[in-house]
Design a protein around this ligand. Structure first.
Ligand SMILES: [Fe+2]
Length: 249
């Protein structure tokens, strides 16, 4: 019985990432998307990140047509204000940078033409599809991104329901050089059991390159300690440190 309980032990987030985790996907800049609403909110979320050992963050506000028309200037101004607020609060051990999560829509194609995109590091950009359907000419778009010299990382491929029964699309996207970023919370039941199943499928097939929290608000943190089940630990082990190649000094 005792042995059984031991076997069932779920690792805490910090046990899962004993060297700390570098997060490349979150929504921490105040008032420019559906993440942090105020500067106080931003600081509170960053404090929660610290409490689970995450001190390196590249946060990624949405850039979505006219809904969230965030430019590099807007993002960098907000980043500055959060960095200043961190100092005011005597928080000096956080390495906070900012990029974006680009919805692949018509507005994005214009930004791409101008090569006016925020990268996580080097040429890597974080992109997302609509939850209703993927872009019609998705392969052409990925090719165009690459032609312009960028490397696309698709955010949370496991969350697009229209791929769940069309899993060949995952292979096709990978074959043309699209990188995949899994949401860690997808390995819990947070987004539902089907997303969880597909997350496992993607890891089992070695299709995931990077990991992210995609944290928008406080509630998300309570799920971080549910990720480290024995099965998940086995699946995550080979890629636990992959994000490091996207790390800014
Ligand atoms: Fe996101």
């Amino acid at each position: 019985m005792l042995l059984n309980i031991f076997n069932k032990k779920t690792l805490s987030f910090q046990e899962l990432f004993p060297d700390g985790f570098y997060d490349i996907h979150s929504h921490l800049l105040p008032g420019i998307d559906d993440g942090a609403k105020s500067l106080e909110d931003s600081i509170e979320l960053i404090q929660l990140f610290r409490s689970v050992g995450i001190k390196n963050l590249t946060t990624t506000p949405h850039v979505l047509g006219e809904v969230w028309p965030n430019t590099p200037t807007i993002v960098n101004d907000k980043l500055d204000s959060v960095r200043k607020e961190l100092l005011k609060n005597n928080i000096t051990d956080i390495n906070l940078n900012a990029a974006a999560e680009y919805m692949l829509d018509d507005v994005f194609m214009e930004l791409l033409k101008d090569k006016n995109l925020l990268t996580i590091k080097d040429e890597f950009i974080l992109v997302e599809f609509s939850y209703i359907n993927h872009p019609e000419n998705v392969f052409d778009i990925i090719f165009e991104i690459q032609t312009q010299g960028y490397k696309p990382i698709l955010a949370h491929p496991e969350r697009y329901n229209y791929f769940h029964n069309n899993r060949d699309m995952y292979l096709k996207l990978k074959q043309i050089g699209c990188y995949f970023q899994l949401n860690l919370l997808s390995l819990t039941d947070y987004y539902g059991t089907y997303v969880q199943k597909v997350a496992v499928h993607l890891l089992e097939n070695n299709l995931i390159d990077f990991l992210g929290t995609d944290i928008h608000h406080k509630k998300h943190f309570s799920f971080l300690d549910k990720i480290g089940t024995k099965k998940n630990v086995r699946l995550l082990r080979p890629i636990l440190r992959n994000n490091e190649i996207l790390r800014n000094a």
